[in-house]
Ligand binder design. Structure first.
Ligand code: UDP
Ligand code: MG
Length: 332
C-alpha cells in the first residue's frame, strides 16, 4: 500500500452545458477541496453552452490563474466533453465533477486516497442514496444488467461519472479510435486497473438536468452494439425459435391461422435483425467518416490543430481565411 504524498498533482475537470445557475457555486466548492492537494488546477469544459456559462467561466479564469477552460463550437455531448477534458488536463490525476454539484466535491478525497494508496488507474464513485428520479435509477439498473449480464460487457458496476483517473491512462482511452466512444467500456479493454468506492450523492444545486430520455436511450444503444456482438446472436436465436414454432404449428396440422401467425413471427424476427444490422452499420460508418469528436472555438490553453475549429486561420492577418493552398502562378 503506497502512502498519500503531501502534495498531489491533480486536475478537477468540470464538463458544463448551460449551467449558469451552478457554475460559480461549483467553482467555489471545488476549489476549496482540490487546492488542498498543492499542485492543482480546475479545467472547465464548456460543451457549447448557449446561456451565460462561458462568460462566467472566462471571468473566473481571468481572476484565478489555476483555472483553465476549453469551449466547444457546439454541444457535442458529455462523452465528448470529458474526453476533451482528459486530453487537456495537465496534471497526473484527473477527477471529473458535475457542474450541478450532484457529485459532492467534499467526497473527492475518498476516491483520490483509494487510487493513490492502492495504485489503481481509476476509481469510480458509486452513489449511495442517489438523488435522481425513480425512472433514472431504474434505467441505470436495467442498462447495467443488460450490458454486463446479457451482453457480457465488462464495466465498473454502478459507476458514476464522478471518478478519479490517472490522466495518462484516461488519455489512452481518449485516443482509442473506437467507432462508438464509451469511456467506461473502453477502460477495461486496455487493461486499466480500476475499482469503485461509495460516496454520497446530492440533488442538483440549481437548473435542470441536461440529458433527455432520447439521449439516454441512444447512449445505451451505443454501448450495447458498440461493445458486443451478442445482440446479433440473440436475433439469430429469436429467428430460429420462430422457425421452430412455425414448423411445429404446421406439423400439428392446425389450419391456416397458426401458420399465418408463425409467418408474422418470422417476419418480425427478420425485420428486427435488419434493424439491428443497420445499427451496426451506422456505427461502422460513424467511425470511418473521420468526423472529429469535438471542435474547440475558444480556450485559454494551447489547442491541438486537429481540435481547433480555426486551425487554418491566417495567423499573420488574424483573419479566418486560410492561406491559399496553390499559388496561381503554378497553374497551367
Ligand atoms: N453535460 C455536458 N454536456 C451535455 C450534457 C451534460 O457537459 O450534453 C454536463 C452537465 O453540465 C453536468 C454534467 O454533464 O455538469 C452532468 O449532467 P446532468 O446533471 O444534466 O446529468 P445527470 O446528473 O442528470 O445524469
Ligand atoms: Mg446532474
Amino acid at each position: 500500500m503506497a502512502r498519500m504524498p503531501a502534495t498531489l498533482s491533480i486536475t478537477a475537470m468540470v464538463p458544463c452545458f448551460n449551467e449558469e445557475e451552478c457554475i460559480e457555486q461549483a467553482y467555489l466548492r471545488i476549489k476549496e477541496e482540490v487546492y488542498r492537494y498543492g499542485d492543482a488546477e480546475i479545467l472547465f469544459v464548456d460543451d457549447g453552452s448557449t446561456d451565460g456559462t462561458l462568460g462566467i467561466i472566462k471571468r473566473i479564469a481571468r481572476e484565478d490563474p489555476r483555472v483553465s477552460f476549453i469551449s466547444f463550437a457546439r454541444n457535442f455531448g458529455l462523452e465528448s466533453a470529458f474526453t476533451a477534458g482528459f486530453s487537456y488536463a495537465s496534471k497526473e490525476w484527473t477527477v471529473q465533477l458535475d457542474a450541478d454539484l450532484q457529485s459532492p466535491p467534499e467526497e473527492l478525497h475518498k476516491l483520490v486516497r483509494r487510487a493513490v494508496e492502492d495504485d489503481h488507474d481509476a476509481v469510480f464513485a458509486v452513489r449511495t442514496g442517489r438523488q435522481d428520479p425513480w425512472y433514472r435509477r431504474l434505467g441505470t439498473v436495467g442498462h447495467q444488467a443488460i450490458a454486463t449480464r446479457v451482453l457480457g460487457i465488462e464495466l465498473p458496476v454502478h459507476a458514476s461519472v464522478f471518478r478519479v483517473v490517472r490522466t495518462s491512462v484516461a488519455r489512452k482511452v481518449a485516443e482509442c479510435k473506437v467507432s462508438t466512444p464509451y469511456f467506461i467500456a473502453t477502460l477495461p479493454l486496455i487493461g486499466a486497473r480500476y475499482t469503485t468506492v461509495e460516496t454520497a450523492h446530492s440533488p442538483r444545486a440549481a437548473g435542470r438536468p441536461k440529458w433527455s430520455l432520447g439521449k439516454l436511450f441512444r447512449h445505451a444503444a451505443d454501448l450495447f452494439v458498440g461493445f458486443s456482438y451478442r445482440p446479433l446472436a440473440l436475433i439469430y436465436l429469436a429467428a430460429l425459435g420462430a422457425a421452430a414454432a412455425a414448423t411445429a404449428l404446421a406439423a400439428a396440422g392446425s389450419g391456416v391461422q397458426p401458420l399465418a401467425l408463425a409467418s408474422v413471427l418470422l417476419h418480425a424476427a427478420g425485420l428486427g435483425a435488419l434493424a439491428l444490422l443497420a445499427r451496426y452499420m451506422v456505427r461502422i460508418m460513424r467511425g470511418s467518416a473521420g468526423l472529429p469528436r469535438y471542435q474547440i472555438r475558444e480556450a485559454n490553453v494551447p489547442v491541438r490543430p486537429q481540435d481547433d475549429l480555426y486551425a487554418y486561420r491566417n495567423e499573420s492577418t488574424g483573419r479566418a481565411a486560410p492561406a491559399p493552398l496553390l499559388q496561381t502562378g503554378n497553374l497551367p
